[in-house]
Design a protein around this ligand. Structure first.
Ligand code: NAD
Length: 330
């Protein structure tokens, strides 16, 4: 199988190169992102392999189909960047449904600990021998209430972590499951009752901007909000406005509505034209990271293995257990 591998970073090759050889795949590593301008590069390949800030819309599906590309291999669990409905009957779309939920949940906790205890500030201060503690006071997490929105794989890992810190855990999911060490409540109750809120649901038409001016108003003053899911869950205009109003104790954003083309790239020498992002960077109690919750050795290895198992299944006509079907279209 010949695979056009878009958005390649050096760390992708560590696992994909040797594993691809084991499978006998011919993987062509392309640095460019997959979009309307670069889709033509898939000509002559059996599959394309893409990451979260690539996209494939309906026109690109048609182009790929004409090029006889058979599959879109997603190196992610989320698939909101592919028009799954348009791909039906044309190309198989396969994802990595689970690699390391703990990687993302542990990162969400790292973000919370950072913004709550100001370690990002303390690091810079002590390097300049500013040993003052002024402005660095945090709050105990022990016995506080944490809210988990979305109790899928990552949400469940998050619940375990919050419980480990001795927190009371509330959760919300339209499809509740049994046996969790957390109490299901309505979304409204969760938003209004928690000192910490962590988002772990997918981006869909229903969840887009679920965190908006109205829902933020219903939260406790001084709340900590962590988003490691998808940027579109939060209305960034409303978030910035409420940050200015000093609503939040802190905000941790591993994802951002307009991250495409920005995250994963070194833009340090360029002028940033995104005013919301530039504004977010000015708040001392906001931590923005570049969609890296997944980024552990274990997760990367698992992503490579499942992605190439998916490719193997397509090549050999095996059941496509990780196919994203049209019924899953967002
Ligand atoms: P999952 O499919 O196991 O769980 C998602 C859960 O969200 C499900 O239980 C679902 O019922 C629930 N849900 C659906 N609609 C909802 C709504 N309106 N309100 C509340 N809950 C709702 O997915 P997962 O593996 O736990 O991943 C969760 C999200 O994390 C993914 O969708 C992806 O966007 C994000 N993610 C981020 C990173 C990162 O690096 N930051 C890595 C992997 C995944």
């Amino acid at each position: 199988m010949k695979i056009a591998f878009y958005s390649t970073k050096p760390y992708d090759k560590i696992w994909f190169e040797p594993l691809g050889k084991e499978y006998g795949f011919d993987i062509h590593f392309i640095e460019a992102a997959c979009n309307e301008e670069t889709v033509y590069m898939a000509k002559g390949y059996d599959a394309i392999c893409i990451f979260v800030n690539d996209y494939v819309n309906a026109d690109m599906i048609d182009a790929l189909y004409e090029m006889k590309v058979k599959a879109i291999l997603l190196r992610s669990a989320g698939y909101n960047h592919v028009n799954v409905k348009a791909a039906e009957d044309k190309l198989a779309v396969l994802r990595v449904p689970s690699y390391s939920p703990e990687a993302v949940a542990e990162f969400a906790m790292a973000m919370l600990l950072t913004i709550n205890r100001w370690t990002h500030k303390a690091y810079n201060r002590t390097r300049e021998f500013n040993m003052s503690l002024n402005g660095l006071m945090g709050m105990d997490l022990f016995e506080k209430t944490a809210g988990v929105v979305g109790t899928g794989k990552i949400g469940q890992a998050m619940i375990r972590i919050f419980n480990g810190f001795g927190m009371r855990v509330l959760c919300y999911d339209p499809y509740p499951i049994e046996g969790l060490d957390a109490e299901y409540v309505s979304l409204e109750e969760l938003l209004g009752s928690c000192e910490v809120i962590s988002l772990h649901c997918p981006l869909t038409e229903q969840t887009k901007h679920m965190i908006n001016a109205k829902s933020i108003a219903s939260m406790k003053n001084g709340v900590y909000l962590i988003n490691t899911s998808r940027g579109g869950l939060i209305d960034t205009d409303a978030l910035v406005e409420e940050l200015l109003q000093k609503k939040f104790g802190g905000v941790g954003l591993d994802v951002y509505e307009e991250e495409e083309g920005l995250f994963y790239e070194d833009k340090s020498g360029q002028i940033i034209t995104d005013d919301n992002l530039a504004r977010l960077m000015t708040f001392p109690n906001v931590l923005v990271t570049s969609h890296m919750g997944f980024f552990t050795k274990e997760a990367m290895q698992a992503i490579a293995r499942t992605t190439l198992e998916n490719a193997y299944a397509v090549e050999n006509g095996l059941p496509l257990i990780n196919q994203v079907g049209k019924e899953m279209a967002l």
